[in-house]
Ligand binder design. Structure first.
Ligand code: IPE
Ligand code: IPE
Ligand code: MG
Length: 260
């Protein structure tokens, strides 16, 4: 039977998710409702992004990826983009002591080369300083797009194939695992639970490959109002599901009984 996904492990009542991905949406609407400017919403959102790391650790989550800036977000008003980049440059260095204390390894998914110098430096510094931490991976998705991630992998593979002694053999050897190996997410586990706040029910170019079998959880709560309790609800919901990966419920029960 051909596998449908690079890593599949059907589960009834799954264990706490290993990798949780969050589309942190709703900062602008939160600010508007408060009569504040959009940047104020992003500031409050950044506080929640800082706090959620501890909440996630308490839930046993090992990898947390937060969608902070999409490839499409460059098209927002210049002032907002500049504000977001400044927030990153200012707040990330301030978060470093608590990340060290919480044993957080800070990582990035996305192409940070076009980021303004201050933001880029803050990101590189946070990655470097926390590289040996192993409590939880905090993966900031910055200038990230799932389509761009797939395109970059395809380009790398085409290049390798052109350079191979036998391009035919290289092409024949290409499979799901080797394609994933060429992607930015290569050493990050597939997303188990994908949460989107702010009421929209779309992926907006987040983890297109690695959310292939993610459980999706949408909530109307605006990101600046998200709390430890909301995270708990999302995880409870996740743990009440059956992750079937194409199997039937009966097959899953049989696998479960074998493991007992
Ligand atoms: C998400 O909040 C943060 C970023 C995209 C950077 P939004 O800014 O999209 O908030 P809404 O959707 O306008 O409320
Ligand atoms: C997705 O939110 C990107 C981030 C949360 C960083 P958007 O607000 O940009 O998504 P759309 O435009 O509603 O799809
Ligand atoms: Mg939005």
């Amino acid at each position: 039977m051909p596998p449908v996904c690079t890593e599949t492990s059907p589960e009834i009542s799954p264990k706490p998710p290993h990798h949780v991905g969050i589309i942190m949406d709703g900062n602008g609407r939160w600010a508007k409702a408060q009569g504040k400017g959009r940047i104020e919403g992003h500031k409050k959102g950044a506080e929640i992004a800082r706090d959620i790391v501890g909440w996630a650790q308490n839930q046993g989550i090992k990898q947390l990826s937060l969608y902070a800036f999409s490839t499409e977000n460059w098209n927002r008003p210049k002032l907002e983009v500049r504000g977001l980049m400044s927030l990153l440059a200012i707040l990330l260095p301030k978060s470093l002591p608590s990340m060290m204390q919480q044993n957080v390894r800070f990582r990035v998914l996305g192409d940070i080369s076009p980021l303004p110098r201050g933001a880029k430096k803050a990101v590189e510094q946070a990655c470097q300083q926390t590289i040996s931490n192993d409590g939880i991976d905090l993966i900031l998705c910055l200038n990230y797009g799932g389509q761009q991630e797939i395109l970059a992998a395809v380009k790398a593979i085409v290049q390798q194939t052109i350079n191979a002694t036998s391009p035919q053999q290289a092409l024949a050897a290409l499979d799901l695992a080797s394609l994933r190996n060429a992607m930015w997410c290569r050493d990050i586990a597939p997303v188990d639970l994908l949460i989107r706040t702010g009421g929209e029910t779309r992926l907006s170019n987040f983890h297109l490959w690695d959310a292939a079998y993610a459980e999706l959880y949408f909530t109307d709560v605006l990101w600046p109002n998200f709390s430890a309790l909301h995270l708990q609800h999302a995880i409870d919901d996740y743990q009440a599901r059956e992750r079937r990966y194409g199997l039937t419920s009966e097959q899953l029960q049989a696998i479960d009984q074998k493991h007992d």
